[in-house]
Design a protein around this ligand. Structure first.
Ligand code: A2P
Length: 335
């Protein structure tokens, strides 16, 4: 890979696409050219990147000629249609959708956990995992290294940014409408999200779990190379703008205690403890918002399940849950 690659962002005007630009710029990603791609609606829009004004272009099959790395975040349908075109043009695709995550020969990568997997990408496609899965595994991987992860039982508290700009706008609009005594309009979510929580993210499957909940099971197994890992998850949308939280019970092969668990985070990149309940220290979604670090707190020996810990983790969904993780994968490619 060229050490100064030409990079394209597909979905450059979306919540994640805009954050990808911020991550590339703040991390001084050594790109030699940046192409911003979106729908025809955005073509011609001007965007500033690193002191230069760039123009958004309409995504077309020929958009990838000469591009080395394409970061996709425009939804599964666009990825299914255009990622193979980009890959055939010789470009390495880092795809933020779920379209290719379970496919063979497509690595699913969290750089702090399985960076090596990114170096083998025979189809020229690397998948960026589901945001809740990334944030949960950032908390559990350091514990897994010492105790051996066996089972996860989790409930998520997922921000509206996970639904893109439409989700963010819906929460803003509904809060404004309620404060002004006007009727609430639901466009993105099936029920009111302002001052409410919705125990459904994505479609239900015939297991009774939603597709989002099964992502945690299937993606955690693939990322951690733990085919027998047991996972039961309830994913909940909450009226928070952009950081996800996860309440998690994790069972291990070996006996665990809270102090040894806390020690596992020393020196771990991308994750930090905020765990001193006696001093009122525990992380909230706002603590991780606009930051790169996932924060873990409320670590305690689980009272109900042997060899298990209960804990709470927060992480910025747009950043570590999506844009930052994708840019870290791109960094692996040029390292
Ligand atoms: P656009 O802004 O032109 O609609 P989000 O997830 O925040 O809603 O963002 C979705 C991103 O995907 C946006 O950048 C959006 O561009 C882009 N997108 C949506 N539909 C298409 C399409 N048909 N072709 C290219 N980009 C698309």
């Amino acid at each position: 890979m060229n050490a100064q690659p030409k990079v394209a962002i597909v979905g450059a005007t979306g919540a994640v696409g805009v954050e990808i630009q911020k991550c590339l710029e703040s991390r001084k990603f050594p790109l030699s050219e940046l192409k911003l791609l979106a729908s025809a609606r955005s073509a011609g829009k001007k965007v500033e990147y690193a002191g230069t004004v760039l123009e958004v272009e309409e995504l077309r099959p020929e958009s990838f000629q000469g591009i080395d790395i394409a970061l996709f975040s425009a939804g599964g349908d666009i990825s299914r249609e255009y990622a193979p075109i980009a890959a055939d043009a010789g470009c390495v695709v880092v795809d933020n959708s779920s379209a290719f995550r379970q496919e063979e020969n497509v690595p699913l990568v969290v750089p702090e956990i399985n960076a090596d997997a990114a170096l083998r990408h025979p189809r020229n496609i690397i998948a960026n995992p589901n945001c809740t899965t990334i944030i949960t595994l950032m908390a559990l991987y350091p514990l897994h290294l010492k105790f051996g992860l066996r089972m996860i039982v989790a409930s998520s508290y997922q921000a509206v940014s996970g639904s893109g700009q439409h989700g963010i706008a819906e929460l803003e609009d509904q809060v404004r409408a309620i404060v002004q005594g006007e009727p609430v309009v639901c466009r993105t979510y099936p029920r009111q999200i302002a001052f409410n929580v919705l125990p459904q993210i994505d479609r239900f499957t015939d297991t009774g779990y939603t597709k989002e909940e099964l992502k945690m099971l299937n993606e955690a197994r693939k990322i951690m190379s733990l085919p027998d890992l047991q996972v039961s998850c309830t994913c909940v949308r909450v009226p928070v703008f952009r950081s996800h939280s996860v309440s998690c019970v994790a069972q291990f092969d070996k006996p665990v205690d809270a102090d040894s668990a806390r020690a596992c985070y020393a020196g771990m990149p991308g994750v930090a403890l905020m765990d001193d309940p006696a001093q009122g220290v525990w992380p909230t979604p706002l603590d991780s918002t606009n930051g790169d670090t996932c924060y873990v707190g409320r670590i305690r020996k689980d009272l109900a399940i042997p060899n298990a810990l209960s804990l709470w983790v927060v992480g910025d969904q747009v950043r570590k849950g999506a844009a930052l993780n994708a840019v870290q994968i791109a960094e692996l490619l040029i390292r």
